[in-house]
Design a protein around this ligand. Structure first.
Ligand SMILES: [Zn+2]
Length: 352
C-alpha cells in the first residue's frame, strides 16, 4: 500500500538583484499580507536597509512599527514578541544579517504570523530556510520554523557588507558536499529517508559555487548575485527534504561544538568550512577529495586552519571527538571518533 506523503514549504516570492529593496512594498502586496508590519533589525542594517524600507512602506500607507535588536538571544526574541503585541502587528519583516533574521523568524513562528526575510549579508543559508537558532546557555537552541513567505535580497547592499560575511556564506554552501555525503551514509546505514532531488540540488549548488569561485570578489554585485542564488537554492533543497539534512552534516555538528567550546571565535560558515575539510577526509581518505574542498575554501578567502578560525588545537580536537553527541543525526562520525583519530585527521588536513 502506498502511504507516503510530503509537504514542501517554500518561500512564495524570491526577489534578488540590483535595487531589490525598492520592491518590498510590491512584494507585500503580491503576498496579500495585510495589516501592520513590524520591521525587526539590528543597528547597522537599520541604517542601510530597515529605515529605507520603513519609509517606503510608510509612503504606501502601511504604518510600519520597528524594533532594533542588539544580540541574538532569547531576550531579543521576547523583545520582538512584546513589541509585536504592543504595536498590534500582523506580520514581521526581518532586515539584517543572520541575527535579526533568525530572531524575526523565531518570533513570527511563536506569534503564528508571516515573515519576510530581507538579508543585508549573504553569510549563511538561514536567510532562506525555515531554521533559526539562538545561543542558549553554552549551546545553541535551534527551531524548525516556517520558511519566509518572501525573500528580498538587494545585491548592492549585500556587496557592501563586510567581505568575511560573504566568504562565510560561500563556505556554508561548500559544506553541502559533506552534508550530502553524510545524508547518503545515514540512508545506507540507518535507513534515514533520502531525497534524490534535494541531495542532487544541494550538491549541484555547491558545485556551481566552486566553479564560479574565481568570479567571487569583494564589492561586486555580480558576486553577491552568485552567492545569494546559491543560498536560495540550498534553502530550497532543505524545503524539499523537509529537514536541514541537505546542507547540514557532521561539519555542522563540529561547528555547533566549537560554538560551545570557543563562543564567538568565528563565523558559522567559516567553522563549517573547516569542519567540511576534515569530514571530507574521513569520508574519502588521504588521497580523496578533501583537498578540493580545502582549495575551494582558499580560493574564496575562507579560513582553512584552526589558527585562521582563532581557535586552538585542543578546541578542534574536543569539537571533533564530541560532535556526535549533539543531536540524533547519523554522520561519518558514527558513534564518535577517538582523540588519536581526531588529531590525525586535523594534522593530515593541515587544520592544526
Ligand atoms: Zn550552515
Amino acid at each position: 500500500m502506498f502511504d507516503k506523503s510530503t509537504w514542501i514549504r517554500l518561500p512564495r516570492n524570491v526577489v534578488v538583484g540590483h535595487d531589490a529593496l525598492e520592491d518590498v512594498g510590491a512584494v507585500v502586496a503580491d503576498t496579500h499580507l495585510t495589516g501592520r508590519p513590524l520591521v525587526v533589525t539590528s543597528p547597522t542594517p537599520k541604517r542601510v536597509a530597515a529605515t529605507p524600507i520603513a519609509e517606503q512602506l510608510q509612503s504606501e500607507g502601511l504604518d510600519p512599527a520597528m524594533t532594533v535588536v542588539e544580540e541574538a538571544s532569547f531576550e531579543a526574541v521576547e523583545q520582538v514578541l512584546a513589541e509585536a503585541r504592543r504595536a498590534d502587528v500582523s506580520y514581521l519583516i526581518g532586515v539584517g544579517g543572520g541575527k535579526a533574521i533568525d530572531i524575526a523568524k523565531m518570533a513570527a513562528d511563536e506569534l503564528g504570523v508571516g515573515f519576510i526575510s530581507v538579508p543585508t549579508a549573504a553569510s549563511h543559508d538561514g536567510i532562506v530556510s525555515g531554521r533559526g537558532s539562538v545561543p542558549e546557555g553554552d549551546s545553541r537552541h535551534s527551531v524548525a520554523a516556517d520558511p519566509p513567505i518572501a525573500v528580498i535580497a538587494d545585491t548592492g547592499i549585500i556587496a557592501d557588507a563586510p567581505w568575511e560575511l560573504t566568504t562565510a556564506g560561500c563556505a556554508d554552501i561548500i559544506s553541502n558536499y559533506t552534508a550530502v555525503k553524510d545524508w547518503q551514509l545515514a540512508s545506507r546505514l540507518q535507513n534515514v529517508e533520502y531525497s534524490e532531488y534535494a541531495g542532487a540540488l544541494s550538491q549541484m549548488t555547491a558545485e556551481m559555487l566552486v566553479d564560479n569561485a574565481d568570479s567571487i570578489k569583494p564589492g561586486l554585485e555580480e558576486s553577491a548575485w552568485v552567492v545569494v542564488k546559491a543560498l536560495v537554492s540550498s534553502g530550497v533543497a532543505m524545503s524539499i527534504a523537509g529537514s536541514s539534512r541537505p546542507a547540514s552534516g557532521a561539519e555542522h555538528l563540529f561547528s555547533h561544538q566549537l560554538d560551545r567550546i570557543a563562543p564567538g571565535a568565528a563565523l558559522h560558515g567559516h567553522q563549517v568550512g573547516v569542519g567540511a575539510i576534515m569530514t571530507e577526509y574521513l569520508h574519502s581518505g588521504e588521497s580523496g577529495t578533501w583537498r578540493s574542498v580545502k582549495d575551494a575554501l582558499e580560493s574564496i578567502d575562507a579560513p582553512t586552519t584552526a589558527d585562521e578560525l582563532g581557535v586552538d588545537e585542543a578546541a578542534v580536537v574536543e569539537a571533533l571527538t564530541s560532535a556526535h553527541e549533539i543531536r540524533d543525526r547519523y554522520t561519518i562520525l558514527g558513534g564518535g571518533i577517538s582523540e588519536e583519530a581526531a588529531v590525525r585527521v586535523a594534522h593530515e588536513t593541515g587544520v592544526i
